[in-house]
Design a protein around this ligand. Structure first.
Ligand SMILES: [Zn+2]
Length: 467
C-alpha cells in the first residue's frame, strides 16, 4: 500500500526541487531554513539514487567474504573500509582498539536422527560462541520443548538429553523483527537453562520466517555456573523433520557433532571517520552500523549495507558540498553480533571525550525501503525531530516514533540527546537474517540508497539546527 505522503515524496523527487518545496512545505509556520533544508534533502536523495555509490561499494565489501568478529575476514574489511574513508578526504580517520571474544566454527556441523527408519541427516549450524562436542560427537534422546518455561517445568526429563527448542517466530504479524525479539531468548539463554537441567546439548529451530533448509546462526550467552553445553540451530525443514520423527518415535536418538570452539580474546578495532564541524566541532552527530557479520555469508543486509549507508552519509555531504556546522562522525563497530564489545568501547570513549553527542543514529535492520526512525530522548527532542519529518519524506520516512528499535550499538551511548534507529519495511529480513542467504544480490540498490539518504538528511539538519 502506498500512503499519500509517500506518493508526494516520489513525485517530489521526480519533479524537481521547486515543486518539491511546495509539496513538502511544513504545514504550520515553517521555521527559517526549512526550504533551504528541503532543497538539500531533495539533492541528497537524487544524488544517492542516481550515483548509487554506497551500493557499488557494498559489492566490494561483500566480495571480501564474511566478517566474523575477531576473524581475519573482519580485519580485511576494516582495512578496506579505512581505505574508503581515507579516499573521502575526511578530517580525521582513526581506529579504536576493542578487546573481542574470538570463536571459530571449525567446519560443518552434523546432526543425524538415528531411529528404526534409518539415519536422517539434518541441516544444522553451530550457534556463535558455542563450545564444541567431542571429536566423535554425542548421541542422545531428544526432549522437545516450546520455551525455557516449559523446559524448567519438565527439567527432570532433560537430564543427559539433547533439548530441542521448537518455537517458530510468529509470521502472522507485519513486523517480523518484533516476532524475532520475542523468541530470541531461546537462542541466547536456552543453552544455559538446558545445562542447568543436566542436558547434554541444545538444538533450536532457526529464528526465521522462511521455510527452507538453511540454518540461522546467532549468538548465545553462557552466564550460568553450570558447565557450558554445545548448541546449534536446525533449519526450519530440519526442525520439522525432527519433530515428526519424535512424534513417530518419542525415543528417537540424535547424533550431534559440532567442531566449533571458543578462542582466546583478541584485539580488534572500531573504525571511525569524521567531518569536523565548521562552527561547533565539539558537538557530534554519530552515524553508525556494525562491520562484523556472521560467518555463513558476507552479511550484506546485516550489517554491511548499514555500514555503506553510514559511510555514504559522509560521502554524500562531501559530494554535495554540504560542509556541516557540527561534527558528523561515522562509527563502524567491530563487534555487535558476538557481544557488543565495540559498542561498549565507543560509549566509554564518548562519555569521557568532553564532546557533546547530540544524536547517534544506526542502520541495523536490513537495508530495505526506509519507513521511519525510532527515537530515544526527551519529549522536547522527540518533538523537534518529528517536526523535521517533512524534510525526511523525500527519502521515504513517514514517521519518527519513541522507541529503541534498530539501535543495538548506539544505544550504549548514554549521554547522547537522541538515539535513533533507521527502521525499514523488513518483510523479508527474517528470511535472510544470519543465514547463507544474506548476500549482495539480496539487496535492492534503491532501497539501500534511500536509507543512506534518510540518514544523511537527518545528520545534515541536526548539524545545522542543533538538538
Ligand atoms: Zn546486525
Amino acid at each position: 500500500m502506498i500512503s499519500g505522503k509517500r506518493r508526494m515524496a516520489t513525485a517530489g523527487s521526480l519533479l524537481g526541487i521547486g515543486l518539491a518545496v511546495t509539496l513538502f512545505a511544513v504545514p504550520a509556520g515553517p521555521e527559517p531554513g526549512t526550504s533551504r533544508h528541503l532543497e538539500a534533502a531533495v539533492r541528497i536523495v537524487r544524488e544517492a539514487l542516481v550515483a548509487r555509490e554506497g551500493y557499488g561499494l557494498l559489492k566490494e565489501l561483500c566480495d571480501l567474504g564474511p566478517r566474523l568478529s575477531a576473524s581475519a575476514g573482519l580485519e580485511r574489511a576494516i582495512g578496506w573500509a579505512r581505505g574508503r574513508m581515507e579516499k573521502l578526504n575526511l578530517d580525521r580517520v582513526w581506529l579504536q582498539p576493542v578487546t573481542v571474544q574470538a570463536w571459530e566454527r571449525g567446519g560443518p556441523a552434523e546432526a543425524v536422527i538415528e531411529d528404526r527408519a534409518g539415519a536422517v541427516r539434518l541441516s544444522v549450524a553451530a550457534l556463535g560462541n558455542s563450545v564444541g562436542t567431542p571429536e566423535a560427537g554425542i548421541s542422545g534422546e531428544v526432549l522437545e520443548v516450546g520455551s525455557i518455561e516449559e523446559l524448567r517445568r519438565r527439567g527432570a526429563e532433560a537430564r543427559s538429553k539433547i533439548v530441542f527448542f521448537n518455537a517458530p517466530i510468529d509470521g502472522g504479524v507485519r513486523l517480523t523483527d518484533e516476532s524475532y525479539d520475542r523468541v530470541v531468548v531461546n537462542r541466547m539463554s536456552g543453552p544455559d537453562a538446558a545445562a542447568e537441567a543436566g542436558a547434554a546439548a541444545v538444538l533450536i529451530r532457526s529464528l526465521t520466517t522462511a521455510r527452507d533448509d538453511h540454518p540461522r546462526t546467532g549468538v548465545l550467552k553462557y552466564r550460568s555456573k553450570a558447565a557450558p553445553i554445545p548448541a546449534a540451530a536446525l533449519s526450519p525443514r530440519a526442525a520439522d523433520a525432527l519433530a515428526a520423527a519424535l512424534e513417530r518415535q518419542p525415543r528417537s536418538r540424535l547424533r550431534l557433532r559440532l567442531p566449533c570452539r571458543p578462542l582466546p580474546d583478541r584485539t580488534s578495532h572500531n573504525l571511525i571517520g569524521e567531518i569536523r564541524g565548521r562552527e561547533k566541532p565539539e558537538e557530534v552527530i554519530v552515524v553508525a552500523a556494525h562491520l562484523d557479520s556472521w560467518d555463513l555469508a558476507p552479511g550484506a543486509h546485516d550489517d554491511g549495507g548499514g555500514c555503506l549507508q553510514a559511510l555514504e552519509v559522509l560521502s554524500l555531504l562531501k559530494r554535495l558540498g554540504l560542509a556541516p556546522k557540527r561534527t558528523i562522525r561515522c562509527v563502524l563497530y567491530a563487534d555487535e553480533e558476538n557481544g557488543s564489545l565495540g559498542a561498549r568501547a565507543y560509549a566509554a570513549f564518548a562519555s569521557g571525550s568532553g564532546e557533546t553527542h547530540l544524536a547517534a543514529m544506526e542502520s541495523d535492520r536490513g537495508v530495505f525501503e526506509p519507513r521511519g526512525f525510532s527515537l530515544t530522548g526527551s519529549e522536547a527532542v522527540l518533538a523537534k525531530v518529528r517536526a523535521w519529518q517533512p524534510l525526511l519524506a523525500p527519502a521515504g520516512i513517514d514517521w519518527v516514533r519513541p522507541g529503541d528499535g534498530g539501535t543495538a550499538d548506539v544505544s550504549y551511548i548514554t549521554n547522547a540527546r537522541a538515539i535513533l534507529g533507521l527502521l525499514n519495511d523488513s518483510q523479508t529480513y527474517m528470511d535472510l537474517h544470519h543465514s547463507a542467504l544474506d548476500v549482495y544480490e539480496a539487496v535492492n540498490p534503491r532501497a539501500m540508497e534511500l536509507g543512506a539518504a534518510a540518514m544523511a538528511i537527518l545528520a545534515h539538519v541536526v548539524s545545522e539546527e542543533g538538538l
